[in-house]
Each structure stands twice: as structure tokens, then as C-alpha cells.
Design a protein around this ligand. Structure first.
Ligand code: BES
Ligand code: MN
Ligand code: MN
Length: 463
């Protein structure tokens, strides 16, 4: 292990330069305009895997963007770690709010990242974190210190719902056989306080369309007499929460597996400053479901949020118009026990029941995902906890993440394998936002910690 750490130290500069190169390719999976760039990124990831020492490296075509595979099977009797990550990124919009171009990575110091952070779309989510695994693997290979088998599954459609990954897993069950999935696509509490994500929220996502009159009308001639779809939609959306911040869809909370007081008390021990939180977002106050703390609202409780809303006239000046249509995109984050398909059905039924006879309502469900929980009494959790303790010199705290990684539950269902979520980002790294960044400290700390995970996991599985 000393040799591996020495190799990492010696090659640090190159490890950073190589990541910067990958960050220059705009692998935006959501926008067909970038299809070629997504493919180029896949090829580059494959080339890096090969160079690091992986066998059977392949860029596997799907109906959408390609999946990169690679493996090093040293001994069938040894345990196998399946490393999952994604090389696709979110769109960079709104581009004008970036301080530097999203696909021209620059390194800048910040208060939280005094050693510097890489500013680029995908720096943290997930190119930077995914690439740590390739570099850690390279170090273990070059120093002849890989303690167990490893397989890599790096996809290009995570940000659009991993639509083709399930089919790929079903078709490649044998090839993907493993004892555990290792994922770095989540955050730690801070650079001084490591944590391991033991739960993720699920997702139900719908688009609604409210139609009033058959055409846009003069808002003076018809206004007041004909249902205005934007007015109606706003009212319908407003009614989806009550005064206590509870979601009003009947049955919405029915299946939730409650979190015990004891667990909540445990979670409350994780360092969190509400004052600093508010300050970082420039808000005077927070809001949410009554009876829960800010941390709980953003992790163990479900949500309903409008992600976008449009309709009518939004150009320069004032156009007097009573629009024919109004639209909104609505997401619901789900917690363990809640089923995305069932929640979507409950939403559709309730939302349609809210509509007055003056409008028609259509609801179109998008991709969703199941919540995930991972136990702490497993060799993989122990291996991650020990690894983090080794490099951070501090005990890791188990935490629940508010985001979603739908494939975690899918790996369990399709491959029968549990995941361990050993991420190294910070919640303040602005993933999906303008000026996304990833600490150089975090990047290197990840590369240093991963080999310890492999060593610990191989040892713990032996016993
Ligand atoms: N890496 C994130 C998920 C995440 C971020 C989990 C931070 C925990 C902490 C992932 O790339 C992501 O953005 N997932 C999407 C879901 C997907 C279906 C588009 C999300 O959470 O919105
Ligand atoms: Mn991600
Ligand atoms: Mn993401």
C-alpha cells in the first residue's frame, strides 16, 4: 500500500491534467447536439481504462449513449468490486451565469477549497469522481497491488435517467457478476468530516399541460369570463402543499418506512450550521415540512417541487393575452417505502381531480427511480469507513443523501448486488448549477482512499 500511495504522490500533476482534458469535452447527455461529444468522451474513458491496465475494455453501443466497460480479473476466487460512475454531465445552462466557460476548466481558490477547485461542468458530478477510480486502479496496477477483481461500468446516460442501463445489465448479467458495487457520486459533510451515504431518495417526475380556450385570446375581451390556464395551474400547484408544508396528495405518505427517533437523533449529531446554510444561499429564512429539521427535510422526507413553469407571453413589454395553455415540470423526491410508479399514479389522479371544468389537464410521466438504503453492518460499509478513517484521520458518519441515483436499486434488482456510496464531493460544489467545481483536495483524497477500500474489502471478505 505504501508503494501505491507513493505512486499517487509522484503522478499527482498528471492525474490532474488528464482530468482537465476530459472536462473539456461537453458530454451533455440531454441535448442531442452533443451526441458526438458524448461518444468522444466514452472513447476517452475507454482509452484511459486500457492504459491503466484494464482488460476487455469496450465501448458498448446502446439505443442512446454508449456504456464503457473494462475489467481486471486476477483470480476468480477473490471478491469482485464493480465500480460504477457516469461520464455524462448536465447541460451547462444558464451559461451566462458562469464566471468561466463550463467546458474550459480553470482552477481557482475558494474559501471552502483553499487548495483550489476545478471549475467545469462535470468536475464533481461525476467526471472528477469517476476518474478517481481509474487513477486509483492505475496506481494499484502499476504497483502490482490490486487485492481483488475489479470491473468498471461507466455510463453516459445517468443524467437522463439511465434509460438503457437496465437492459444492458440484464443482457450482461454474467459479465457484470460482482460482490459489491462501489460508487463515488455523492458528497461528504466537509473536508474535515468524512461521511458515507447510506440512503438516497427516489424520484417521480411529471410534466403537466393545462389547456383552456382553443387559442390565445384578448385578455380584455375574454378576461374574467374564460378560465385562464396559468391562473388555474398556479392555484392547482399551490394546493399541493398545506400550511404545514405537507404534500396534499391522498395516500402520498402511506408507504413511508418511518425513521426512528433514535436514528434521527443519531443523524442530528452530524455537524450542520443553519446560519451558514442560509448565508451560503443568501436567504433570510428556510421553509419546509413542519416538525423536521433542514437536514431532515433534505434527506429523509419526501418533496414536491416545480422545476419549471411556462406559458403565455414572456417577451419584451406587455402583451395583453389570455393564453390557451400552461405547463409545468414537477418532481417528487421519494423516501424508502415509496414506489415511484405508485406515487406517479396518485399524482395523476389527484392532479386531474383538482382541475375545474374550464380547463383540460394532461399529465405526462417522465423517468423515475426508486429510493435506496444501504446497511452499515456489511463488509463494504466497514471497508469504506476504515478507508476514510485512514486518510481523513477521522471516523466517517453515515448520512442520507437528498439526491437520487436510480441505478442503485436497479443493481440490486437486476444483478442482486448491493452498493456502497463512497463519494467525495461537497454539497456546496454547485453540481447541476452554474460554476460547478470540485476541490483538488477532494480529487486527490478520493484517489488515495479508494485503494484502501479495495485492501479492506478483500481482507474483510476473506474472514
Ligand atoms: N450524483 C447525482 C446524485 C446525487 C448528488 C446524490 C448529490 C447525492 C448527493 C446524480 O448525478 C443526479 O444528479 N441524479 C439525478 C437523478 C436522475 C434521475 C436525473 C438527481 O438526483 O436529480
Ligand atoms: Mn452524478
Ligand atoms: Mn447529476
Amino acid at each position: 500500500m505504501k508503494a501505491v500511495q507513493a505512486y499517487i504522490k509522484k503522478n499527482k500533476k498528471r492525474f490532474l491534467d488528464e482530468l482537465l482534458e476530459i472536462l473539456k469535452i461537453p458530454s451533455v447527455s440531454a441535448d442531442p447536439k452533443f451526441k458526438k461529444d458524448v461518444a468522444k468522451t466514452a472513447k476517452s474513458v475507454a482509452a484511459h481504462l486500457k492504459k491503466a491496465g484494464a482488460d476487455n475494455v469496450a465501448v458498448c453501443e446502446t439505443k442512446g449513449h454508449p456504456i464503457v466497460y473494462g475489467e481486471k480479473v486476477i483470480d476468480k476466487k477473490l471478491p469482485t468490486v464493480l465500480v460504477y460512475g457516469h461520464y455524462d454531465v448536465q447541460p451547462a445552462d444558464p451559461i451566462e451565469l458562469w464566471d468561466s466557460p463550463p467546458f474550459k476548466p480553470v482552477i481557482k481558490k475558494t474559501k471552502i477549497h483553499p487548495q483550489g477547485a476545478i471549475f467545469a461542468r462535470g468536475a464533481c458530478d461525476d467526471k472528477g469522481q469517476m476518474f478517481m477510480h481509474i487513477k486509483a486502479f492505475e496506481a494499484m496496477m502499476k504497483e502490482n497491488a490490486l487485492p481483488c477483481n475489479v470491473k468498471f461500468l461507466i455510463e453516459g446516460e445517468e443524467e437522463v435517467g439511465s434509460v438503457n442501463l437496465d437492459t444492458f445489465c440484464k443482457l450482461n448479467k454474467k459479465r457484470l457478476e460482482a460482490d459489491v458495487v462501489l460508487i463515488s457520486d455523492t458528497s461528504i459533510i466537509s473536508n474535515k468530516q468524512p461521511s458515507i451515504t447510506v440512503g438516497l431518495r427516489g424520484l417521480s417526475y411529471v410534466e403537466v399541460e393545462v389547456t383552456g380556450p382553443n387559442k390565445d385570446l384578448h385578455s380584455g375581451v375574454y378576461g374574467g369570463a374564460v378560465g385562464n390556464p396559468i391562473n388555474v395551474l398556479s392555484k392547482m400547484i399551490a394546493s399541493l402543499h398545506d400550511k404545514n408544508g405537507k404534500i396534499t396528495i391522498p395516500g402520498f405518505y402511506n408507504d413511508i418506512i418511518p425513521v426512528s427517533r433514535k436514528e434521527r437523533n443519531q443523524m442530528a449529531k452530524a455537524p450542520f450550521s443553519l446560519a451558514a446554510y442560509k448565508k451560503s444561499l443568501k436567504v433570510k429564512d428556510v421553509q419546509g415540512e413542519k416538525g423536521y429539521t433542514t437536514s431532515e427535510r433534505a434527506s429523509i422526507r419526501p418533496t414536491l417541487d416545480v422545476n419549471g413553469i411556462w406559458g403565455g407571453y414572456i417577451g419584451e413589454g406587455a402583451k395583453t393575452v389570455l393564453p390557451s395553455k400552461a405547463f409545468a415540470k414537477i418532481s417528487m423526491r421519494l423516501v424508502p417505502g415509496q414506489d415511484p410508479d405508485k406515487i406517479t399514479k396518485l399524482f395523476v389522479k389527484h392532479f386531474k381531480s383538482l382541475a375545474p371544468a374550464s380547463v383540460k389537464v394532461e399529465v405526462r410521466p417522465h423517468h423515475g427511480g426508486h429510493p435506496a438504503v444501504t446497511p452499515t453492518n456489511t463488509p463494504e460499509y466497514q471497508a469504506a469507513a476504515l478507508a476514510m478513517k485512514k486518510t481523513f484521520k477521522k471516523e466517517a458518519i453515515p448520512t442520507r443523501g437528498g439526491g437520487s441515483i436510480p441505478i442503485v436499486s436497479l443493481f440490486e434488482k437486476t444483478l442482486g448486488v448491493k452498493s456502497v456510496l463512497m463519494g467525495f464531493g461537497l454539497n456546496s460544489d454547485d453540481i447541476h448549477s452554474p460554476n460547478e467545481h470540485y476541490g483538488i483536495f477532494n480529487y486527490y483524497r478520493g484517489i488515495e482512499t479508494i485503494p484502501y477500500f479495495f485492501e479492506n474489502y478483500a481482507n474483510l471478505k476473506k474472514k
